[in-house]
Design a protein around this ligand. Structure first.
Ligand code: ADP
Ligand code: MG
Ligand code: MG
Length: 904
């Protein structure tokens, strides 16, 4: 080392932390696994010794393609210390120290990255290991073949199937069903086969130098950050791409030393339902990844109580300690080596939506956390999941098999047997269920495409289960009586072939033949008011009730609904809507009213037009009467007619054909010909930017006036009945204050005339959905009692995107390139469209401090966007009825997390 390098190393960054140096707050630096291993070490739990190389070292490696200066020396120092602690040297032929090299990012990415066990074994140390294990040769060769397999697969890209095939051959040769029946000689022969496979694919022999093994494995872990499936998973989970992974080097402990050894995973509460209790899987005489991969069938953790009572008791005590320490559901990986328990991992466990609500509420009841904290731990997206329907089992439901309900929901679809077919059929618009013996990370694309996932192997902690829960896909796993072939499965004498429909219940674990009808969730019934939390006695409903009540108490944003009919309005009101933020009036011009609208459009004289409008007036008024009645006492924002009028006429093609045919046959076609003329006249190149919204009102005399009259007359009628209507008239597509002023003058006249003496108060406001309106909001506020942000149009016009054209055409490419992480139509674009909203809110309120501000458009029900609207200080959001509870919850979360940057 030159003097200069020494300066950099000593003055530079610390890249390696012993487990005794870290703690759980260092997740970003040490990754979740490393930080929690350190935390458990600090708590005095039995964790094998080891150290963590930081995510910053990985970032440096990924940026430059080589390790940062000083890293090698730091690793040397920590390895030497580890060797001293363990009293063994890495790969010592006589008495080898072995280590695992494990990835671990800040966000858990189950099964996405690489881990290599038994590093340090080679042709010489395998003999030493056997001797050290009291002459257990079987164990030593088993460990060696695992190393070659894992190292080959993850470090050198040797196809894993070749190793599995060789293992299967060895088992077949023995007539054995599982690997436990292979003896030392078999495994030794298998090691030879594996080395051969390794050399064939890599062009060199399996590396014998332990230090080289370790280094290569560490580099492979760094590189695994950018593996295709990890990139895909991060995109799906919206995890930033530049975090990198840490690498943990951990002294090996052995669960494959015999019947008194084994390995398992455990949860402190049920991650599927949230029920309290001990949940987990245990596998005797095995190494860790066997449990997770579902290679052999595990036994329930409770059986450990008989197999090894001492370790079981100790494990329960540790689990209680961890739960108390983390104040949350923990999941745990452990290994027992000859009756001695070792903790290999813990983290705050992933859980289903239902479990999230139940656990949060339980922890409040147990006095472990406050209500605010509980609310932080559930999300609107989870609530939305709980509002999905479930199966309604009739007597004729044909049960096929019962597996483990690993991720709830009711999924119906055609059975497919490969990820590729799942993707193919889903792209063709089919609903599919992906059926696999077990899943592995290569199946991810198929799991995303499928409605549900069904596997024959693996428990609640298998890859399929963990990933499906994370994505909110329905999943049943461990249905071990399924016999799965390439394009069909059979069970209990029945065969289901590719394309046959099956129904998968991720809550109960049951799988049915054919399509089972579904029924609404109890959470929806609770919102509907047909199921009260007390009488239901349903812990999930109670938990939702508790957290929703807290969200309602905490939030400052009001939640309204978008509703055009009284029916929607009643439903939304039961869901907690505090008014209507957007009633579109255009549907009121459809159906049997089309004819009147045609008369209006074709009117040749002012009298004809006035007649048509007069005929429409009572119909509109009746619509509003129903709506105001449904929202009695609450504000109802009615948007004056918005779309271009020709949308109410038949299409140009249809009319042209009708006219041509009629003319041919010599039939009367005067009316159609007249319509055709009108449609031709009104044809627009860019209808979205054409004659619509306020422009219509300014061009067609009497149109807005008729609507305003219908609204106010309806309100006055209800007031006369003793009800309390609050109409708010909203003018769409305003870009300049002069537009609004003109319409407002006309409206005010009618309002004054109609409401006189009735006590009804009418607000007149505008949508802010044209960028110019946002930028001149100070002027527009002079003529507006309220602003409602029309975020769909504002996004369209802000970006210059025609939504219908762009989403299918090229958004995938934009998402792929990371131009945006999520469609701006789904979640508000804070920097651009959001800035327009900020400007309009600030400048509008500067002119008119009491200006009411709201948002309508689907962003109003999007969790991320709700947080933004809270920050900007809007008064309310408005969304479709089913999103109302989601918006309420998120508005509450926004109020208690305001200022925290991460609302995930
Ligand atoms: P993943 O993140 O995919 O769970 P891990 O790094 O946790 O990967 O390791 C995979 C398996 O190997 C786990 O079951 C783990 O418990 C086990 N394992 C890891 N390190 C050791 C070790 N030092 N001794 C014994 N088993 C280990
Ligand atoms: Mg693990
Ligand atoms: Mg609009």
């Amino acid at each position: 080392m030159t003097a200069w390098e020494a300066v950099v190393t000593t003055a530079g960054e610390k890249y390696v932390y012993d487990f005794s140096e870290g703690h759980r707050e260092l997740k970003e630096l040490l990754g979740g696994k490393g930080a929690n291993l350190a935390e458990m070490t600090r708590l005095g739990l039995p964790v094998p010794a080891g150290f963590t190389v930081t995510t910053r070292a990985c970032q440096a490696y990924l940026a430059t393609g080589s390790n940062p200066a000083g890293l090698a020396e730091e690793i040397d120092g920590h390895l030497a210390a580890l060797e001293t602690t363990m009293g063994r040297r890495l790969g010592d032929p006589a008495d080898p120290l072995l280590v695992s090299v494990r990835s671990g990012a800040a966000f858990s990415m189950p099964g996405m990255m690489e881990t290599v066990l038994n590093v340090g074994l080679n042709d010489a140390s395998v003999v030493g290991l056997a001797a050290q294990a009291g002459g257990n040769e079987r164990f030593a060769w088993d460990s060696y073949r695992r190393l070659i397999q894992m190292f080959g697969k993850t470090v050198c890209d040797v196809p894993g199937e070749e190793f599995s095939a060789a293992l299967d051959e060895a088992k077949n040769a023995r007539g054995a069903t599982d690997d436990l029946h292979l003896d030392a000689a078999d495994l030794r022969a298998l090691v030879d086969r594996y080395k051969h496979i390794f050399a064939k694919h890599t062009g060199y022999d399996f590396p014998q130098d332990p230090r080289e093994q370790m280094e290569l494995a560490m580099t492979a872990v760094f590189r695994s950050w950018n593996a295709e499936r990890a990139v895909l998973y991060r995109r799906q989970e919206r995890i930033p791409a530049d975090l990198g992974t840490a690498v943990n080097v951990v002294a090996m402990v052995f669960g494959n030393l015999g019947a008194d050894s084994g390995t398992g995973v455990a949860f402190t509460r049920d991650p599927a339902s949230g029920a309290q209790g001990i949940y987990g899987d245990y596998l005797a005489n095995a190494q860790g990844e066997d449990v997770v991969a579902g290679i052999r069938n595990t036994v329930p953790l409770q059986e450990l109580a008989t197999l090894d009572p001492r370790s079981y008791e100790e494990l329960l005590a540790i689990m209680a300690k961890l739960e108390g320490h983390y104040r949350d559901l923990c999941d745990i990986e452990f290994t027992i080596e000859r009756g001695k328990l070792w903790m290999l991992q813990t983290r705050v466990g992933k859980r289903t939506a239902g479990a999230a609500f139940r656990i949060a509420a339980q922890l409040v009841n147990e006095g472990m956390i406050e209500l605010d904290e509980a609310l932080r731990r559930v999300t609107g997206a989870q609530l939305a999941q709980l509002m999905f329907p479930r199966f309604d089992l009739g007597a004729d439901a044909v049960a096929l098999v019962k597996g483990i309900g690993a991720s709830p929901g009711a999924a119906v679809g055609k059975a497919v047997f490969s990820a590729a077919r799942a993707v193919e059929l889903a792209a063709a618009g089919e609903q599919v269920i992906l059926v696999r013996r077990e899943t592995n990370p290569e199946d991810l694309s198929g799991m995303i495409a499928a409605q549900g996932i069904l596997t024959a192997r693996g428990g609640k902690t298998s890859h399929a289960a963990v990933v499906a829960r994370g994505m909110g896909r329905t999943c049943v796993c461990g249905a071990d009586s399924l016999e799965i072939a390439a394009d069909r499965f059979s069970v209990a004498g029945r065969t289901v072939s590719e394309g046959d429909v099956i129904s998968v219940d991720g809550t109960t674990g049951c799988v049915y033949l054919g399509s089972v009808p579904v029924r609404p969730s109890e959470v929806v019934q609770y919102f509907e008011g047909t199921l009260s939390p007390e009488e239901a006695g349903d812990p999930l409903v109670e938990a939702v009730h508790k957290l929703m009540s807290h969200a309602d108490a905490a939030r400052s944003l009001a939640v309204r609904t978008n509703a055009d009919t009284a029916e929607d309005a009643y439903r939304a009101r039961r869901f907690g809507a505090e008014g209507i933020g957007l009633c579109r009036t255009e549907h009121m011009f459809l159906g049997d009213r089309r004819e009147l609208v045609e008369r209006l459009i074709l009117a040749a004289t002012p009298t004809e037009r006035a007649d048509a409008l007069a005929a429409l007036l009572p119909l509109q008024r009746a619509d509003f009467v129903d709506l105001f009645r449904a929202m009695d006492g609450l504000p109802v924002t009615v948007r004056l007619i918005d779309p271009p009028l020709h949308e109410f006429l038949p299409s140009l093609e249809e009319l042209a054909v009708n006219v041509a045919v009629a003319r041919e046959r010599g039939e009367d076609h005067a009316e159609d010909a007249q319509l055709l003329d009108a449609v031709r006249r009104m044809h627009e190149q860019n209808p979205m930017l054409g004659l619509r919204g306020v422009r219509l009102g300014l061009v067609i005399p009497g149109l807005f006036a008729m609507q305003v009259r219908a609204i106010t007359e309806a309100a006055v009628q209800l007031a006369g009945e003793g009800l309390d209507p609050h109409p708010e008239i909203m003018v769409p597509l305003v870009g300049a204050v002069q537009e609004l002023e003109t319409v407002r003058r006309e409206c005010e006249q009618i309002v004054a005339e109609v409401v006189a003496g009735s006590g009804v108060e009418v607000l007149i406001g505008t949508m802010i959905e044209v960028p110019r309106a946002a930028l001149t909001a100070g002027q527009i506020a002079e003529a507006a009692d309220f602003f409602s942000f029309g975020t769909n149009d504002l996004t369209q016009m802000g970006w210059g995107f025609s939504r219908d054209d762009v989403e299918g055409a090229f958004f995938w490419r934009y998402l792929e390139l990371g131009i945006f992480g999520i469609s701006p139509f789904e979640s508000i674009d804070r920097d651009g469209v959001g800035r327009l909203i900020r400007i309009a809110a600030e400048e509008g309120r500067a002119v008119r401090p009491g200006l009411k501000l709201g948002v309508c458009g689907e962003h109003g029900g999007d969790p991320e966007s709700v947080h933004f609207f809270h920050e900007v200080g809007l008064d309310y959001v408005s969304c479709s009825p089913f999103r109302v509870p989601v918006a309420r919850l998120e508005a509450g979360r926004a109020a208690i997390t305001a200022g925290e940057s991460d609302s995930r």
